[in-house]
Design a protein around this ligand. Structure first.
Ligand SMILES: [Zn+2]
Length: 280
């Protein structure tokens, strides 16, 4: 991973088919684990899912490399169950042995690390099977994820918990007192904040923009990144963004969610101009 804290994969190979855009209003509350039933690279998964009507958010290859194939904000087709797909992040793992099924050490270590990172990022708590981590076979008649649900299950879950504790500073035996609040909170990257926005942590509309600004972030830049992550179309070049910004400042487009809805794909670009003119 390029960044475990912000869930930036080593490689993004985003599919243009075989997933559902958005989350249908569902909240991410679990990780669902899979095995490839073979030894695939991220590129290999991408090729297979060109024709097979399936997908997952992440693939962990035999070297531990992580590829993102469906953005977290979209619904991947991996659990054979729509409700489970809507509410989960699907992680695939390459097998290094087929008889018996087995994943390699690097795959186990980085897969468990990714599971922990997803649990941390979406506020799901310490990874625990049956609570926030599940297997494909819990939702469909399949043996998937093979060894991850069998001979390697305990090792995988133990490692995921170790990574989670390391990432959060959690002391499972004797919980540490919450650290004193630093006087100047550390600033997060635009990418991190954009993903928090998508996870619903910053509210909507004007409220979101105000909160971002108060926290010292470039609200327009964050919103632009959110739009990019959500696959929002780029503004049409035929639209006069400056004229739209004038109309917004005149009040023709209302405020908050209404303004966002009426400006559609031009919202971020127009709002950025408005912000600049208003000196925000
Ligand atoms: Zn599976």
């Amino acid at each position: 991973m390029k960044n475990w804290d912000t869930l930036e994969a080593d490689l993004d190979l985003i599919l243009d088919r075989h997933f559902t855009g958005g989350r249908n209003g569902c909240k991410i509350d679990k990780v669902i684990l899979h095995h490839n039933g073979g030894n695939l690279s991220g590129e290999g998964c991408y090729q297979v899912w060109q024709t097979r009507e399936a997908s997952a958010h992440y693939q962990v290859d035999a070297n531990g490399g992580v590829t993102q194939l469906v953005w977290d904000s979209d619904t991947a087709w991996h659990a054979g169950n729509y409700q489970a797909n809507c509410t989960s992040i699907g992680i695939e793992h390459a097998d290094i042995s087929t008889n018996p099924w087995q994943i390699g050490d690097a795959t186990l270590d980085n897969g468990a690390h990714l599971t922990a990172a997803v649990c941390k990022f979406y506020g799901l708590g310490r990874p625990q099977y049956g609570k926030n981590v599940f297997f494909h076979k819990d939702f469909s008649p399949t043996e998937c994820p093979a060894s991850i649900a069998g001979s390697q299950r305990d090792a995988y879950m133990r490692r995921a918990q170790e990574w989670y504790d390391k990432m959060t500073g959690n002391k499972p035996a004797a919980p540490a007192k919450p650290a004193a609040k630093p006087s100047t909170p550390a600033k997060k990257s635009t990418e991190t904040v954009a993903r928090e926005v998508i996870a619903g942590q910053w509210g909507n509309g004007d409220d979101r923009m105000n909160r971002l600004r108060k926290a010292g972030y470039d609200a327009a830049a964050v919103q632009n990144r959110v739009n990019a992550l959500l696959g929002a179309s780029t503004p049409s070049p035929n639209v006069d963004l400056n004229a739209l910004a004038d109309a917004v400042i005149r009040g023709d487009y209302g405020n908050g969610a209404e303004r966002q809805r009426r400006l559609g794909s031009n919202y971020a670009a127009v709002q950025a101009i408005v912000n600049r003119r208003m000196g925000w």
